[in-house]
Design a protein around this ligand. Structure first.
Ligand SMILES: [Ca+2]
Ligand SMILES: [Ca+2]
Ligand SMILES: [Ca+2]
Ligand SMILES: [Ca+2]
Length: 627
């Protein structure tokens, strides 16, 4: 069979398609858009996350949490996984109480539980996590939010962490129900600051028994109360002082100005392209907030003014998770937010001039209104340069299983393909068993766990083991993964804006801490380049005001860019194909090789001049970035 097939190979692309046919795969046109499989059971990600009761939730406290962070804790170039764990009101008489877990990436598709060795064993009602190198020592640090007191873990550079919460000044005078967090450098002084959201007043988390309060029924069923009828909470901003300590500047920075609400996840983005990071906060059962950075250490909340607080018809929604990308490639970051059931997720299209429009229905996201969404991310799963959308779901009420066939406690995931014309296509039913699986999910983190040029998704599931979703689809399209190292800017380069130029196409993204639902994505930026084997130009606008430009950057590699120095390292994407994908699936590297005819550059470090690109210009003017 192979012989005649090879004789038909009149072009590389036809050849790849013919080989796919010969190996039993469907031809390109009829192929499923993706095939996500769950690698967690076979990769060692087996510890359960415990959040409240299994089949009954007495209090709203039992329904939140479950953040995930993917970050390279030991600086070996491979992402590791931190899964936030919760607790249970009835206690743990027989079993040991659960702890959040750190899994070290073994580079072979498996993970080792290093929680104990890393010094991260801790009990309590963990909620979310975010990552940033707050002390600029080159080792990414971990912040974990709790119902109670948050914890700042300083990465000691030897695989272990030290709890420096008290020393850093991040203990709060009273216990809070902290939820999402994000490091950012809002005053652009090179020292990371920290934004923390909170859900309800601390005492209200367990104030009313089901049926006792104001908002304790749903579909005629008695359920846990809230958040309506409970007292809300305010967000907090801590300024990094540059000496490892933080000062609570919430009041003077204007963060306390909006009334208390039910905050879940902060999303840091420069929505108006003025070079200063702004903060969007997904609020539950209330208008979402948008804190515009005034460039003077203060913020002004403009959510309603900007059209990003409510729906097009003026409704407040139950905001849970949130993500940003320029899905329509007009050079402005747009926002997607997950919400409750009997409602849709919301897509806010950035029109410029500080204004968003609710594009949910015109974009095709209004199709699904039966799921309760949490973790969400724009990711370009098919590498065509158009950011797609991935959402994980799960109900807050176990009673949903008794509310009629439309509702369920465990729910499937959703995958929307960006068609490139402003519309999304729901491809969930043709995207593999990892998408169809029904779970009660909360946090989701997006990152290239195996350095293959593709983004994987780690999902924290309630009272269940996590999921690690990997797309097995063979693709010949190209991609770039950029790791940024700040020098004058904060070391994690959080807030850096990258523009990738491909002919007339311009792709943008920013290095971001926090987001999704109370989670942390890969700090490296992933760009799908489609058929382009290189990027014409890559521009980095650093938070310091400096700018680096690299031209002719070869695709299909992880490139390290240092502020003021340009490309300082590059490594070709790996050819890792998990066993769960089946042996007939060629790796991305093999597909690229088949379509380009070049095998030589794959598999090892790439030779410097051609693959690393050429540094064109570095300017280090300390003025505001011009865009
Ligand atoms: Ca550090
Ligand atoms: Ca700062
Ligand atoms: Ca846009
Ligand atoms: Ca895409």
């Amino acid at each position: 069979m192979i012989g005649p097939v090879l004789r038909l190979c009149i072009s590389a692309v036809l050849c790849a398609a013919a080989l796919a046919l010969a190996s039993g795969l469907a031809p390109e046109s009829a192929r499923d858009p993706a095939r996500y499989v769950d690698l967690a059971p076979t990769s060692g990600l087996t510890a359960r996350t415990v959040i409240g009761g299994e089949r009954a939730k007495e209090y709203i406290l039992e329904t939140t949490g479950g953040g995930v962070a993917v970050f390279d804790h030991d600086d070996d170039g491979w992402l590791d996984i931190f899964l936030v764990n919760g607790s249970r009101l009835s206690g743990f008489a027989e079993a040991a109480p659960p702890t959040s877990r750190l899994y070290r990436n073994r580079h072979d598709g498996s993970f080792a539980d290093v929680t104990e060795r890393a010094g991260l064993v801790r009990q309590g009602w963990g909620q979310g996590a975010c990552v940033g190198d707050y002390d600029n020592d080159g080792h990414p640090d971990l912040f974990v939010t709790y119902y109670g007191q948050n914890v700042l873990y300083r990465n000691q550079g030897d695989g272990t962490f030290a709890d420096v919460t008290r020393k850093s000044g991040l203990l709060t005078p009273e216990d809070r129900w902290n939820t999402g967090c994000a490091f950012l450098d809002y005053d652009r002084d090179g020292h990371l600051d920290l934004f923390v959201s909170a859900y309800t007043a601390y005492e209200d988390a367990t104030r009313y028994k089901p049926g006792e309060g104001k908002s304790c029924t749903w579909k005629g069923l008695t359920v846990m109360c809230g958040p309506r009828g409970l007292r809300g909470a305010k967000n907090a901003l801590f300024r990094g002082n540059g000496d490892g300590t933080f000062t609570d500047v919430s009041a003077r920075a204007g963060i306390l100005d909006p009334p208390p609400s039910y905050g879940f996840t902060p999303l840091v983005l420069d929505y108006d392209n003025d070079g200063w990071p702004d903060v969007y906060v997904a609020n539950d059962s209330a208008a979402s907030l948008l804190f515009h950075n005034n460039h003077d250490g203060t913020f002004k909340e403009v959510g309603l003014l900007a059209g990003a607080g409510l729906t097009a018809d003026g409704r407040a929604q139950a905001g849970m998770g949130v993500s940003a990308a320029d899905y329509d490639r007009d050079g402005r970051l747009d926002v997607v937010k997950t919400n409750f059931d009997d409602d849709t997720s919301t897509l806010y299209r950035n029109l410029g001039n500080g204004i968003f429009e609710d594009a949910t229905f015109p974009s095709g996201l209004g199709l699904n209104n039966r799921y309760l969404g949490w973790g969400v991310g724009f990711l370009d799963f098919d590498l065509d340069g158009w950011p797609d959308i991935f959402i994980v779901n799960g109900h807050v009420y176990p009673e949903a299983d008794r509310a009629g066939s439309r509702y369920s406690y465990e729910q499937p995931r959703l995958l929307y393909r960006n068609r490139g014309d402003g519309r999304f296509e729901d491809v969930s039913l043709r995207a593999g068993p990892g998408i169809l699986a029904r779970k009660n999910s909360r946090g989701a983190a997006f990152g290239d766990l195996f350095n293959t040029g593709r983004l994987d998704v780690v999902v924290n599931n309630m009272n269940d083991a996590p999921s690690l979703l990997h797309d097995c689809t063979a693709r010949s399209e190209h991609a770039l993964l950029l790791r940024l190292l700040g020098t004058r800017s904060n070391r994690s380069a959080i807030g850096a804006r990258v523009t990738v130029q491909l002919g007339k196409r311009r792709l943008i993204d920013e290095v971001r801490s926090g987001g999704s639902f109370c989670s942390q994505n890969d700090l490296r930026l992933h760009f799908g380049l489609g058929a382009s084997a290189s990027a014409d130009r890559v521009e980095v606008d650093w938070p310091s005001g400096g700018k680096d430009v690299v031209s002719g950057l070869g695709a299909d590699q992880v490139v390290v860019l240092r502020e003021g120095a340009g490309v300082v390292g590059a490594e070709a994407f790996k050819a890792f194909v998990p066993g769960a994908c089946g042996s007939e699936i060629p790796s991305h590297a093999a597909m690229v090789a088949a379509s380009s005819g070049s095998v030589a550059s794959l598999g090892g470090p790439v030779s410097a001049p051609e693959a690393s690109g050429r540094m064109v210009r570095t300017s280090s003017t300390p003025s505001a970035r011009s865009r």
